[in-house]
Design a protein around this ligand. Structure first.
Ligand code: PRX
Length: 650
């Protein structure tokens, strides 16, 4: 992929018409860079309204590039409120009648909220939360599907300074319980059910099960009803609370820049979900600036980020980023192929979407469904396309641009992570040339390198781990505080601060980065981040299972996702049969949710191991994908590889 001389590699230029209207031109980019790090981020912070100006852009040892291990603080002394920035200031600017949220329901229904309506409902719900006892700093867990009440609840929490913790609605009761406990969250907002491919799922039952299994008490539960009426049991109806507090005004709490805006759990490299915390000032600055510079959004735009708000992508680019800039954000509750495979194109056409941001896994599904589906719709409102979550190959990149972007929309491939809060690698669509298959360079204000295991910078063309070498505003707070390469994945190498991203990458001769996938046990399945260790730990908890290893295979075209493949070795007197297979599936569904249930379970007498006893997943992945194994002689038990291959009959 990075072979070949630079002139053999393809460059694509953004169209003149795009450059002429872009928020950030090459001159703006250069001026941003010229301001120097970290001062350049002062310009980004100007996109927000601060209640109190900050004393410095950055405080902390890493800022000076010294060996000081002190904690890092972005915009110290500054105070602001995220809900004020995302809602009130647009109403105050006379834009109250413009659409903030355009919601497309699963069953074809639609709802829109103008900025004024959003303001009113956020205020009413914020007043209700206060009355329920939520104070500044209290964590409110939001276990809600893609309905407008989710961003309303997020902003209501932000308004009163209560960090939210959104839990993806597809997660199980156990997964919710772990997240409620980890955050010691005493407040839960959920709903009684939601539709998935036409079927209603019972979220409230899962929430009830979670609440009884946590050790602390969940004091208040708010339930948004699918149908009219009061929820059963000891909880509050969302609609009643909002009605009772209609017309209330809650003064936005001026939060310190460093105060938490939200917590979010993601999959790490261990069997437990990892808690990531994001700050108010740094995070909001980062997502507002990247929405402005990379997604090229402004108040006249309609933006659609198709990710679920339960994941970081939805937090940053369906809620906080576009709303901070006063744009319209489209929220879609359903799936791309229900009721028909042209559902997304129909939504883009009807809403005149300007910027569409989705994941390669979806693009691959669109390709399979056929170009005739986008072709049937008028997609001429689109002016920019974005991709996120996995590497996008050149074929998918071109298909996306040709069949969705009418052959001339710029496509930004954006690389980032839950821990980075917002985009850190991408081209700037109004300033940089694009190279299909490469994400581009680090954004201005961000510095990265590819390093070997010792932290030495790799040469161009040499693969290694991607590290970020300077702090950036959207960085998770846990990266600012703790120390040690292991826990927070930061270290110092010859005085250089390095955050290890866990991704492998290679830089080409032009400085463009090509992402090669994860270096650790984190996997992306349908752009959702899962941990093989987490799935394995659920499987080995099943009675009769001795060992398990999970790998991810190629795309399963029917399911529009990559296959999760589990190799399970039962205890010696236990049969690897369908009953055990079912118990394995059920255990994963209970521990995490149906998104993580293995598509294939292969029982094996043992798993391929190194002489030191470590399972070699590389071989298992090759077996699952029917690929060549290469030399297996370094294994302690090379014979097991042949046995596994014959079991899979590949
Ligand atoms: O492996 C990288 C992949 O997604 C991981 C982060 O996943 P998550 O924390 O769920 O964040 C999702 C929002 C970005 C990364 O470590 N990844 C993300 N974007 C890209 C990518 N891999 C290649 N190219 C990308 N553009």
């Amino acid at each position: 992929m990075v072979d070949g001389t630079p002139d053999e590699r393809e460059w694509v230029d953004p169209p003149e018409s795009f450059v002429a209207q872009a928020n950030v031109t090459a001159a703006d980019r250069d001026a941003f860079r010229a301001a120097g790090w970290p001062e350049c981020w002062r310009r980004a912070a100007d996109l927000l309204e601060w209640d109190r100006g900050f004393d410095a852009v950055l405080d902390g040892g890493a800022s000076a590039g010294t060996d000081d291990e002190g904690s890092i603080r972005w915009f110290p002394g500054g105070r602001l409120n995220a809900a004020h920035n995302c809602v009130d200031r647009h109403v105050e600017a006379g834009r109250g009648d413009e659409t903030a949220v355009a919601w497309e329901g699963k069953l074809g229904e639609t709802r829109t909220y103008t900025y004024r309506e959003l303001h009113d409902e956020v205020n009413a719900f914020a007043a209700a939360l206060r009355e329920l006892g939520v104070g500044e700093g209290d964590v409110v867990t939001l276990y809600l599907p893609m309905i407008p009440e989710l961003p309303v609840a997020m902003l209501a929490c932000a308004r009163i300074g209560a960090p939210h913790s959104v839990v993806f609605a597809g997660f199980s009761a156990d997964a919710l319980a772990t997240r409620l406990s980890g955050a010691e969250s005493e407040f839960l907002v959920t709903c009684d059910g939601y539709y998935r491919r036409g079927a209603a799922l019972d979220l409230k039952r899962r929430a009830d099960n979670a609440c009884v299994s946590v050790s602390h008490s969940v004091e208040q539960v708010v339930v948004n009803r699918l149908d009219d009426g009061r929820p059963a049991g000891d909880c509050h109806a969302y609609a009643d609370l909002v009605d009772d507090h209609a017309g209330a005004t809650v003064e936005p709490v001026a939060r310190e820049s460093d105060d938490l805006l939200f917590l979010i759990y993601t999959s790490g490299t261990t069997g437990e979900p990892t808690l990531v915390r994001h700050t108010t000032g740094g995070y909001l600055t980062h997502v507002a600036w990247t929405s402005h510079a990379v997604l090229d959004l402004g108040p006249d735009d309609t933006h659609w980020c198709s990710a679920d708000v339960g994941w970081i992508t939805g937090h940053s680019y369906a809620v906080y980023g576009p709303l901070a800039l006063g744009a319209t954000t489209v929220l879609y509750e359903g799936t791309p192929d229900h009721p028909e495979t042209d559902r997304l194109w129909e939504i883009i056409e009807r809403n005149d979407v300007d910027v569409f941001y989705t994941a390669p896994t979806s693009i691959r599904a669109f390709m399979k469904w056929g170009e005739e589906h986008p072709a049937r719709h008028d997609l001429s409102s689109l002016r920019l396309l974005g991709s996120v979550g996995e590497p996008i190959d050149e074929t998918a990149w071109h298909w996306y641009r040709d069949h969705v972007g009418d052959g001339d929309c710029p496509v930004v491939d954006t690389w980032w992570q839950t821990e980075t809060g917002g985009i850190v690698l991408s081209t700037l669509p109004g300033a940089d040339r694009m190279r299909p298959g490469a994400v581009g360079k680090s954004l201005p204000g961000v510095e990265t390198a590819v390093v070997d295991e010792t932290g030495r910078h790799a040469d161009d063309g040499e693969a290694g781990q991607l590290v970020v070498t300077r702090p950036w505003p959207g960085m998770a707070r846990s990266l600012c505080e703790e120390s040690g390469w292991g826990a927070r994945r930061t270290r110092r190498v010859d005085g250089e601060w390095q955050y290890a991203t866990g991704d492998n990458a290679v830089r080409d001769a032009d400085g463009y980065l090509h992402l090669l996938g994860r270096a650790d046990d984190v996997v992306k399945v349908s752009d959702r981040r899962l941990s093989t260790a987490e799935i394995e730990s659920a499987i080995v908890g099943v009675e009769g299972v001795a060992e398990a290893a999970v790998v991810v295979g190629a795309d399963d075209e029917a399911a529009h996702r990559s296959e999760i493949h589990a190799f399970v070795s039962p205890e010696s007197n236990v049969a690897g049969d369908d009953a055990l297979r079912e118990r394995v599936g059920r255990a994963v569904e209970e521990a995490i949710g149906s998104i993580a249930v293995p598509d294939v379970v292969t029982f094996a007498p043992s798993l391929p191991k190194t002489r030191s006893g470590k399972v070699v997943r590389r071989y298992l992945a090759a077996i699952a994908n029917g690929e060549e194994l290469g030399d297996t002689s370094a294994l302690r038990n090379p014979e097991v590889v042949g046995e596994l291959e014959s079991l899979l009959d590949r």
